[in-house]
Structures are given as structure tokens and as C-alpha cells.
Design a protein around this ligand. Sequence first.
Ligand SMILES: [Zn+2]
Length: 201
Amino acid sequence: MKILPAAVEKLIEAFEKLPGIGPKTASRLAFYLLHVPQHELDAFAQSVHNIRLSTVICSRCCNVGETDPCVICSSPERDTKVICVVEQALDIVAFEKTGKYNGLYHVLGGSINPLANIGPDELTIDKLISRVKSNTIDELILATNPDMEGEATAMYIRRELKTQNSKLKITRLAHGLPVGADIEYADEVTLGKALEGRDDF
Ligand SMILES: [Zn+2]
């Protein structure tokens, strides 16, 4: 005998696929939604439906936006000679909040993680390399997360780029960020300090 209605079970399964959500939280969320008015549920479903349909990935930096190129790549006020390399588009929001950075970005789409079968080819590293090759770049800031995967990714990118252009200035975020932290969750002051104190890498 099945205790839960199929619709509820289906939603629980959908929630469980989201990062950071276990079976308990998934059940709690599904049951919470049972008490939400239908029009709010419709609006929620519509937002989920539109999230990919109404956005586009920038063909230059792989940021998510409403236009291609994205608002940052198409802004005449940005310094096009500096590229800050981040793991995910959400990290850009964190850097923009510091108000201390005016260059461009490059979104890798994750970090090298052999355990999860993510190698360099699964990321946008090739695109970054050709971007650096075909544009005048003064500095590349490697702003991957200060964890094992982020460090490995930064080291890989540095090696690839240095073999092609040994004079390219490559920096890495420095002090302020705790080891194992997520850039996405860093506060503005900490992230601003880390950006200012970046080192040659
Ligand atoms: Zn862009």
C-alpha cells in the first residue's frame, strides 16, 4: 500500500535532486507546498519553467544573462584587459558586490574533480585559452574556490596558459578567504580583501 499520493512522491523526488537537499528536507518542502495557495504554486512553477527559456549563456564569458554578449561583456566601462576566472556564474554576483573589480569574467562551469568525473574538457578551459590568445590580456585572476578542486583547477589553467605565453600575468586570490570556503557565500569585505591582496600565481 502506498501511503503518499503519487504527485507528492514525484515532487519529493524532484526536490531530492537539488544540491544540498536530502530526503527529509525534500519531504518537508513538498508538504509545505501542499498548504500554499494555487496561484502562488502556479507562479512558482512558471518561474521554474522560464529559468532556461528566458536566459542565455554569454558566448564570450559563459555568464548567464538575458542577452548575448552579457551585460558585463557588452559594457563599454569595463576593463577588457583583465579577466577574473570563476567556477560559476553566481560567483560573479559576489565580486560585483565588492565594488572593487571592473574587469571581465570567465565562468568555468565548475572545477576539476576526478571523483565526480569532471575533467578539464567538461569545463570551459579551452574557451578561456583561446580567449586569452585572441585578445590583449594584461592580467588573469584565478578566482576558483580555495578548496582542493579549486586549487587543482587553478594550477591546471596556469600550466596550460604559461606554456603558451610565459609572460602573461596570472594572479590568485589571497588572504581573507578561509580554506574550504565557497566564494558564493563570502561576505563583501572578505572577498574585497582577497581581491586586493591577490598574488602572482
Ligand atoms: Zn559575458
